[in-house]
Design a binder for this molecule. Structure first.
Ligand SMILES: N[C@@H](CCC(=O)N[C@@H](CS)C(=O)NCC(=O)O)C(=O)O
Length: 206
């Protein structure tokens, strides 16, 4: 059976969502947030981060996007991603890569500013720059969503759930909801999705 190492309010949200949307059973292991992780956890997550997926054969992987894409690939009937040959596949890959390489790191800079400067006095500046970067990134997504319902193709994919998670972490949520109306429109619909609304009871993303 799959095992998912996760934590409420973390990037484990999208991995849990992928399992639930696919109707695929998994064992959930909630990992406490600590600077002194157990050696066994560090062995599978060297950066002490969640989510981590342990596959039925015992192999483990980190990285939320890799976990989502692997589950989409292994459970194609769930429709978590457009099929390889579908035209929407290109947009799906683009947005998954953009979210994990541009938006997620900017979120981390805001919430862990001490990791981005050796100067203790720099935290406020790191946070301010992280918000500016988030605004720049969400503007790119917002423009792309003009006249579109979903990020990739004409149906919801796990990329949209990833966007919902990242948008929920915007440190200035009220302003962001006003500023990025197309992103907010997509997220408004997803907040009422029965699976995601139920999942949010433990994650409290919104
Ligand atoms: N690139 C990783 C980032 C994962 C990540 O930063 N997870 C956060 C929670 S959202 C975490 O575990 N942070 C604890 C830490 O960095 O000490 C991914 O996409 O899975």
């Amino acid at each position: 059976m799959y095992k998912l190492y996760t934590r409420p309010g973390s990037g484990g949200f999208v991995a849990e969502a992928a399992f639930l949307l696919a109707g695929e059973p998994f064992e959930q292991i909630n990992v406490p947030k600590t600077d002194k992780p157990e050696a066994a956890f560090l062995a599978i997550s060297p950066l002490n981060q969640v989510p981590v997926l342990s596959l039925p054969d015992g192999h483990t992987i980190t990285e939320s996007v890799a976990i989502c894409m692997l589950l989409a690939e292994r459970h194609p009937k769930a429709g978590l991603a457009p099929q390889d040959s579908a035209p929407a596949r290109a947009d799906f890959l683009r947005w998954m890569a953009f979210m994990t390489s541009a938006i997620y790191p900017a979120v981390l800079r805001f919430y862990y500013p001490h990791r981005y400067s050796a100067d203790d006095g720099a935290k406020a500046g790191v946070r301010k720059a992280a918000i500016a970067e988030l605004d720049r990134d969400f503007a790119v997504v917002d423009n792309a969503l003009a006249g579109r319902e979903w990020l990739a193709g004409d149906r919801m994919t796990i990329a949209d759930v990833y966007l919902l998670m990242l948008f929920s972490w915007h440190p200035e949520a009220d302003r962001a909801r006003q500023a990025f109306a197309n992103v907010e429109r997509l997220c408004t619909g997803l907040r009422d999705h029965p699976v995601l609304a139920k999942l949010n009871a433990s994650h409290e993303m919104w």
